[in-house]
Design a binder for this molecule. Structure first.
Ligand code: SF4
Ligand code: SF4
Length: 178
């Protein structure tokens, strides 16, 4: 069973905030679904990805090369037989539960103008807190910060221990090299 179809965390802005576009990528399908493309310093598209539908890629056959290549640490462990599918599903469910608790609370706090990746929301939240402009009750804020810490530890330990939590990394796999 492919655990990705219940996940989508590497596409919905939970793990990464953008995906670099490689020269060989056809960006037409991304444009068609309304993905936000940036081509100023490096070509990339932002996450949450507009191509994601119900945790699956709606342009799967023509997705960019880094998306084809990417496998998080959890998926690699499952594929190597080092983790059971059920264990992976539980980890994914826990992350989604934490993320779904944290995201609306931060959004209510910072009032972003568009859907933002989690790392961007964290930055906006930090700015708000350092301004002293947040009116969230102290107990709620403490609970939020604990949830954020738990989420980030899980993401770093289970999904992307070497990544920057900013971009889908430029790793190669047999799937794209073939
Ligand atoms: S590669 Fe990992 S993070 Fe991405 S959808 Fe699959 S299980 Fe989730
Ligand atoms: S193009 Fe598809 S695989 Fe790539 S980030 Fe978007 S939804 Fe995920």
């Amino acid at each position: 069973m492919n655990i990705c179809i219940e996940c989508g965390l590497c596409c919905d802005g939970t793990i990464f905030s953008f995906v670099p576009i490689e020269p060989e990528d056809d960006v037409g399908p991304l444009r068609e679904v309304g993905a936000i493309l940036e081509t100023d310093e490096t070509a990339r598209f932002l996450q949450p990805c507009a191509a994601l539908e119900l945790r699956c890629c709606s342009i799967y056959e023509s997705r960019p090369s880094l998306c084809r290549a990417y496998r998080c640490a959890l998926l690699k462990r499952v594929e190597a037989g080092e983790a059971e599918v059920e264990e992976a599903r539980d980890i994914i469910a826990t992350v989604i539960e934490l993320r779904d608790r944290v995201r609306p609370t931060i959004e209510a706090m910072v009032n972003p103008r568009k859907q933002e990746a989690m790392v961007t929301l964290y930055s906006l939240m930090r700015a708000k807190l350092s301004e002293g402009a947040d009116e969230t009750p102290a107990a709620d804020r403490a609970a939020l910060l604990l949830d954020i810490a738990a989420l980030r530890v899980l993401l770093a330990s289970q999904f992307d221990p070497v990544g920057t939590l900013q971009q889908k990394p430029r790793t190669r796999s047999p799937e794209v090299d073939a």
